[in-house]
Design a protein around this ligand. Structure first.
Ligand code: NHW
Ligand code: EN5
Length: 388
């Protein structure tokens, strides 16, 4: 069934429910001199490159490949359209390795035809903090599909991760592979009903008119929580404390220090947005909420070409009710002209999804670990990790 994945140190379907298998690494590390020193072989027409994502030209090439060949929904109506600024942010966190930004070019024309990336992260799995690679942006040009290029890309990124003495990875995918540690549901909160219906992202509900739908999803003009404001650089220590403490309750979550919080959560225009609640009296930061910006291309619509989507990132509420905090974030997302606000049913998100009029989407997201076994799958609410 899975000729490639059956050869890899990942949980195998045949082992599901086998309680005799221990939790933790599936295979032990080797010494660095035992790691293959040369890149894997590609068909001779192609060559490996490390992408310098700082370079405007290189970043444009990657952006163009992904814009035309990356993830689509099951009916090919939408395709993710990560911006260049987003790619630079996603690929250059503290301690990143340029060698983990891997491209494949056609030798003769130099055209970029495939891509895969890793970035380093400390991920806590139950009581163990493990240095891992987060793998993302695996993409093979549409014209080169089903030629078994993806397994070579995955083996090459694995080799380059091993060369840094890192032996585990985390990744998500919309497809089922051996074997998810958790399967999550996408939920969508309509902000711009007319456009979403026009482009086929959603449908007019039964017994609903357009004007009733617009009224249903209408939001207040301004936020309601006193002290709610955009996060600033001087908030980093307080936000890091809030977040570290909050993420402790989940079975799998990132272990974030202040540098990570500055990189991942300090607002960057059209990439990531974060808000805090500063208590009017004490000036203490009590609550935090964030989302990232991931538009999709709308394929084949006369009127619109881009769907503006915000994705819930990390949220912590210690004083303000989470429901009220998230309602305020929906209000700012609406003010910023997003068409839809998306969230997964992870962390404590279930506590606000239905009440804030999110509806389940037709997409699922499966979470995976490489070379780390969990005895049982986790419930989405036990997950404290968001991958971009
Ligand atoms: S998920 C998004 C993945 N990208 C897309 O969906 C973009 C559109 N699709 C494509 O570009 C986020 C191609 O269809 C791709 C497959 C490239 C997906 N993950 O070359 P072949 C990520 O980026 C397996 C893993 O013929 P193709 C996460 C498939 O099951 N494996 O197919 C990435 C089969 O293996 P099997 C996937 O359609 C995580 C084999 O690929 C997969 O031309 C990567 C077929 O290859 C997917 N999303 O290209 C793993 N989709 O065993 C990281 C298909 O079943 C692991 N496959 O025969 C950790 C590494 C680091 C370890 C460090 C210690
Ligand atoms: C790795 N970092 O399918 C990511 N999205 O539901 C890779 N559906 O947008 C993995 N099909 O349900 C990505 N509208 C896996 C996801 C791939 C993209 C994907 C789904 C998630 C999605 C939309 C559009 C469907 C278009 C037809 C959807 C319904 C919204 C409706 C609003 C009103 C209340 C009910 C729901």
């Amino acid at each position: 069934r899975h000729k490639f994945w059956e050869t890899q140190p990942v949980g195998q379907f045949k082992d599901i429910g086998d309680t005799s298998l221990p939790e933790g690494p599936i295979e032990p590390p080797t010494t660095l001199s035992e790691v293959k020193q040369e890149p894997y072989n590609l068909p001779n027409l192609y060559e490996w490159i490390s992408c310098d994502i700082d370079s405007e030209e290189m970043c444009t090439e990657v952006y163009d490949l992904l814009t035309h060949n990356y993830v689509e929904d099951d009916e090919t109506m939408f395709r993710f359209n990560y911006s260049k600024e987003f790619l630079r942010w996603a690929l250059r966190p503290p301690g990143y390795y340029k060698s983990w930004h891997i491209g494949v070019r056609v030798r003769s024309s130099k055209k970029l035809v495939a891509f895969i990336t890793g970035v380093p992260a400390r991920i806590r799995v139950r009581d163990n903090v493990v240095t891992m690679a987060e793998i993302n942006f695996l993409c093979v040009h549409k014209k080169l599909r089903s030629k078994r290029l993806a397994p070579v890309m995955i083996k090459e990124v694995t080799r380059r991760v091993h060369l840094e003495n890192i032996w585990q990875a985390a990744y998500t995918a919309g497809v089922v592979l051996p074997t998810p540690i958790s399967t999550c549901q996408y939920w969508h909160r309509t902000l711009n009903p007319k456009k979403l219906i026009d482009v086929g992202f959603s449908r007019l509900g039964a017994r609903m008119t357009m004007s009733r739908t617009i009224k249903l999803y209408r939001l207040p003009d301004s936020t309601s929580t006193p002290g709610f404001r955009k996060m600033e650089l001087h908030d980093v220590p307080a936000v890091a404390r809030l977040l570290r403490n909050y993420l402790n309750q989940f079975e799998v979550a990132p272990d974030l220090d202040e540098n990570d919080v500055e990189h991942w959560l300090l607002p960057t225009e059209n990439v990531v947005d974060s808000y805090v609640v500063e208590s009017p009296g004490s000036h203490k930061i009590t609550d935090f909420s964030s989302f990232y910006s991931l538009p999709s291309s709308i394929l084949g619509n006369q009127n619109y070409s881009i769907l503006k989507a915000a994705y819930s990132f990390y949220n912590v509420a210690t004083k303000t009710p989470l429901l009220q905090l998230m309602n305020d974030v929906l209000i700012v997302a609406k003010q910023k002209d997003y068409d839809v606000f998306n969230a997964l049913d992870i962390m404590q998100n279930e506590s606000f999804l239905k009440e804030l009029k999110f509806g389940p989407g037709d997409g699922k997201l499966h979470y995976y670990l490489y070379n780390y076994r969990l005895r049982n799958a986790l419930k989405p609410m036990e997950l404290g990790l968001v991958l971009l």
